[in-house]
Design a protein around this ligand. Sequence first.
Ligand SMILES: NC(=O)c1ccc[n+]([C@@H]2O[C@H](COP(=O)([O-])OP(=O)(O)OC[C@H]3O[C@@H](n4cnc5c(N)ncnc54)[C@H](OP(=O)(O)O)[C@@H]3O)[C@@H](O)[C@H]2O)c1
Length: 288
Amino acid sequence: MPDAVKNTDKVINLRVLLNTMTLDINLNGLRVVVTASSRGIGFNVARELLRRNARVVISSKNIRNLQRAKEELKGAGEVHAVRANLYDHKELENLISVSWELLGGIDALVWNAGNISCEPCLLHEASYQDWLDAAKLHTIAPGYLTTLLVRKWLEKRTKGTLIYLNSVSVKEPMPPLVLADVSRAGLIQLAKSVSRTYGSQGIRAYSVLLGSFDTPGARENLRRLAEERGEPFEETWEREVLSRTPLHRTGKWEEIGSLVAFLLTEEAEYMLGSTVVIDGAMSRGIVI
Ligand SMILES: NC(=O)c1ccc[n+]([C@@H]2O[C@H](COP(=O)([O-])OP(=O)(O)OC[C@H]3O[C@@H](n4cnc5c(N)ncnc54)[C@H](OP(=O)(O)O)[C@@H]3O)[C@@H](O)[C@H]2O)c1
């Protein structure tokens, strides 16, 4: 093969390598717990973090789903599974203590939740129990997990990062998600409070406002909405999901994975307490 061709190949290979290196953050064994992660956003974020060399505990309330998810993920890196129903404070305590043992410590929590059972439901349809469920899932569970972890990190004098996966609908309301959104809007406040109070001790927190991601949960929600409206699912999906962004698509797992991985690195330190939006310009407002 002529030298010129060989050299061109080398240049191209070097470019591919550099691209891979810059795109893929190496988390170097960072110990991360991801909640609600047997499928959907939590599962895919866990996989993206494993791909970037994190050591991960996944968690959900259904042990069978969790085992299936662990099987699927184990080729990607070191993954453990701990069952935890996010509505149960004892199981939250167990999640932290067992994960701590399995990983030999916890460096970060990526908070993710499921959907409350009344969703999609409008304000006038909600029962008192629906409100309690929304508050327990989207306010109390992440708040209590934060308390448990911050306490541990202070005790051990170690750094820690909290990333609250949240929804862009806390910024621009979507009426059928109102119970969830009212109760998870506080995660913005939580990230700022944690960061202001403990930032000087290396404890950081962020709130990430997500646009649309193609998950089983999103499809189930939209299917129910389509049925209620008596229209074909594809029409609802087109109007409520795809056409809401100029990109006419849902978010990709590499995109959310890279963002979360970056927030977990020290390079995100000066973004302390921030709310970050990843929504393909779905939201129209210019201020968070
Ligand atoms: N998809 C989107 O476009 C989008 C956009 C913005 C925000 N969000 C929010 O992101 C979150 C995840 O959405 P998704 O679309 O990925 O949902 P999904 O596909 O339904 O996945 C939900 C996950 O939560 C787990 N889970 C459900 N109830 C639980 C409980 N009580 N305790 C512990 N784990 C539980 C499920 O596992 P098991 O069934 O195995 O327990 C599953 O792993 C939701 O809060 C949603 O509102 C979604």
